[in-house]
Design a protein around this ligand. Structure first.
Ligand code: NAD
Length: 477
């Protein structure tokens, strides 16, 4: 049985109740989590506050840097163990689980290096004054983490928050806690003081909301659905608590006729197949210039047919989806496509012998999806790619921007002028030209516009969000 992790101690929840942990590859229960209560959140916030005002405040930036580097090294040394935990918990193919563990180590390494480079400025002002700014931590930060990339998202939000001098209370998703509970133990072993990193498991509506409402939380970072993101922002607004929201996307891959298609095709496929499409930055729409629409769809279709979903440990192209409700959500989208006459170009397979209790969805390529259709507007969060044709550059921009989201865009063209025109005109937080995702890019600021959220995580930029600026004016004549 798993425990909460508060003040460097494994704790039972006040409820004395547990939640079942399922293996998405076979649907079987294999562990239990604490079903925590608001009182557990309160314990964690109090532990975090005591740490922030006590041992944590006595650490210099260099001390924090060394602790984060030790944690990075420990995560790298335990990468196989962490990957195995997340693989079983979330159904990730081995390659993906291992990449996620190494990304976590890299986040801590990057933020270890950043701790002692975050500084304020001196400002020119009236004669007789000296004015400077300090970047101060918020204090106790709350992190509500989703189930799709627990380790990576923990690394980006907790790594940045700690580097900037905050302490953390984390509420992982109820489907994806095991790797994070282990990382918190590794942090304690690496020397993080009690209360610096606290983890409380349980349902979102029970403990996630209690975390967002808690008056002792000074900043909230949330990654998940737009619906819950809106709720978090409303709750936080009642006490003017700053919030960073990352709410997913409907990201376009825009392919012009002059693109290097041999380079584009595997990247476009990977961008929707990775993690079975359960990726906030999934390239879930492919916009193709009319003159190459049919031949490119044919090539993409051939590639889709070769894709196989199966048990995580089999390390195929795709693992299962996270849970039964996610599978039925994806299947609902596909049934609607069928009812509305949207044609399937091709689909992959579920591997023979995949356990019948697992949550498998073969990848599907759809064509001529109308721009206002749900499939072109909403996050499916499954391996479903919607193709549509465009006539010219303006039309491509119109389609690319025709959703409520704006997280990432991919642009494929050899025309240098068009690369920059398109990059300026698409509305998204990141733009990739002749590549997509840049292999993760811990260093690259990430976040959205419009309903994709606000604030930036990753890179150095995240540290500005995890701090508040104090201006100090000294009059000395
Ligand atoms: P969700 O938004 O419900 O869950 C994300 C996190 O929020 C989890 O930790 C959850 O426990 C917590 N949460 C849930 N209700 C809460 C509440 N009332 N108060 C505070 N915290 C709460 O997402 P989901 O239901 O797991 O997935 C639904 C859809 O959301 C997916 O199909 C996908 O489209 C989207 N999603 C996006 C991302 C992303 O990375 N942007 C991640 C997960 C899900």
């Amino acid at each position: 049985m798993q425990h909460n992790f508060i003040a460097n101690q494994a704790c039972l929840s006040h409820s004395r109740q547990t939640l079942a942990v399922l293996d998405p590859s076979d649907g079987q229960v294999f562990d239990e989590l604490q079903r925590s209560t608001p009182q557990d959140i309160d314990d964690a916030v109090q532990a975090a506050r005591a740490c922030f005002e006590g041992p944590w405040s006595r650490l210099s930036a260099v001390d924090r840097s060394r602790l984060l580097m030790k944690l990075s090294q420990s995560v790298a040394a335990h990468a196989d163990e962490l990957a195995a935990l997340e693989q079983r918990d979330c159904g990730k193919p081995t390659k993906q689980a291992r990449a996620d563990a190494m990304a976590l180590a890299r986040y801590f390494e990057f933020y270890a290096g950043a701790c002692d480079k975050l500084h304020g400025e001196t400002l020119p002002y009236l004669n007789g004054y000296s004015v400077l700014t300090w970047r101060e931590p918020h204090g106790v930060t709350g992190h509500i983490v989703p189930w799709n990339y627990p380790m990576q998202i923990f690394g980006r939000c907790v790594g940045g928050a700690l580097a900037a001098g905050n302490v953390c209370v984390v509420k992982p998703a109820e489907d994806a806690c095991l790797s994070l509970l282990r990382v918190a133990q590794l942090a304690a072993e690496a020397g993080f003081p009690a209360g610096a990193i606290n983890i409380v498991t349980g349902y979102g509506h029970e403990v996630g909301e209690a975390l967002a409402r808690h008056p002792g939380i000074d900043h909230i970072s949330f990654t998940g659905s737009p619906k819950i993101g809106t709720l978090i922002q409303q709750v936080a607004a009642e006490r003017h608590c700053p919030v960073t929201l990352e709410l997913g996307g409907k990201s376009p891959q825009i392919i012009f006729a002059d693109a290097d298609l041999d380079a584009a095709i595997p990247v476009v496929i990977n961008a929707i197949v990775q993690n079975s499409g359960q990726t906030c930055s999934a390239g879930s729409r492919v916009l193709i210039e009319q003159s190459i629409y049919e031949p490119l769809l044919h090539r993409l279709g051939q590639a889709f047919k070769a894709l196989r979903a199966g048990p995580a440990a089999a390390d195929l192209d795709l693992g299962p989806l996270i849970r039964a409700t996610q599978l039925s959500r994806v299947q609902d989208f596909l049934s609607q496509a069928q009812r509305d006459g949207i044609a399937v170009v091709a689909q992959g397979e579920i591997a023979a012998g995949a356990p019948s209790g697992g949550f498998y969805q073969a990848p599907v390529l759809l064509r001529d999806v109308p721009v206002q259709h749900r499939l072109a507007q909403e996050e499916v969060f499954g391996p479903v790619l919607s193709a549509m044709a465009f006539d010219h550059e303006d039309h491509a921009v119109e389609l690319a921007n025709a959703t409520a989201f704006g997280l990432v865009s991919g642009i494929w063209t050899r025309d240098g002028g068009r690369q920059f025109r398109m990059a300026r005109r698409v509305r998204s937080g990141q733009v990739f030209i002749n590549n997509y995702g840049a292999g993760g890019g811990v260093e690259l600021p990430f976040g959205g516009v419009k309903s994709s959220g606000h604030g930036r995580e990753k890179g150095f930029e995240a540290l500005y969000g995890f701090t508040t600026l104090k201006t100090v004016a000294v009059r000395h004549d």
